[in-house]
Design a protein. Sequence first.
Lengths: 114, 114
Amino acid sequence: EAQVTQNPRYLITVTGKKLTVTCSQNMNHEYMSWYRQDPGLGLRQIYYSMNVEVTDKGDVPEGYKVSRKEKRNFPLILESPSPNQTSLYFCASSLMGQGVYGYTFGSGTRLTVV
Amino acid sequence: AQSVTQLDSQVPVFEEAPVELRCNYSSSVSVYLFWYVQYPNQGLQLLLKYLSGSTLVESINGFEAEFNKSQTSFHLRKPSVHISDTAEYFCAVISDTGRRALTFGSGTRLQVQP
């Protein structure tokens, strides 16, 4: 089944403790992206990647890092999480040039930073 | 730059009544338009999309949206809603240049009451 898999689904952590949210897709998509969803703000792009070793900032990149060493994986790294990063996070992917057809989204990771 | 405005944050409606969820966008380049649906505690699913051609697009579960270029709108409608349509609906746009980011509206929560 074609899908984007995120782990974990739920995570509670403490301020300053480094964490990684994993994202993996099995569709051979070049384009991958991370979004955060906050009430009343919709979804905002954090980082994106157009291919292996090619990453760039989205609209709200502060406090986050990403890497793209393999085509299928695009982990989101919070080196020193803070409470304002409490949010619902989504990973998404698409074929380059076919992003206009929409993205495939993962099921989400609900992160709470205390 | 592009932006999306969803004019209603919540829309309560009785079962079997018609509903319209409003979406307006602004962009300096040509964009493609989408509606995504998010059921409680789930990820985002593509509901329908406008890429080109007929300005009226339909989904398999009875929703339709009409692209109006002069009014820069892409309102979502359904003639008769069901309890199962209760969800949050997001309007989104994308251009096929630049970072190819989906830009989302803030969402409209549709609450269908018996």
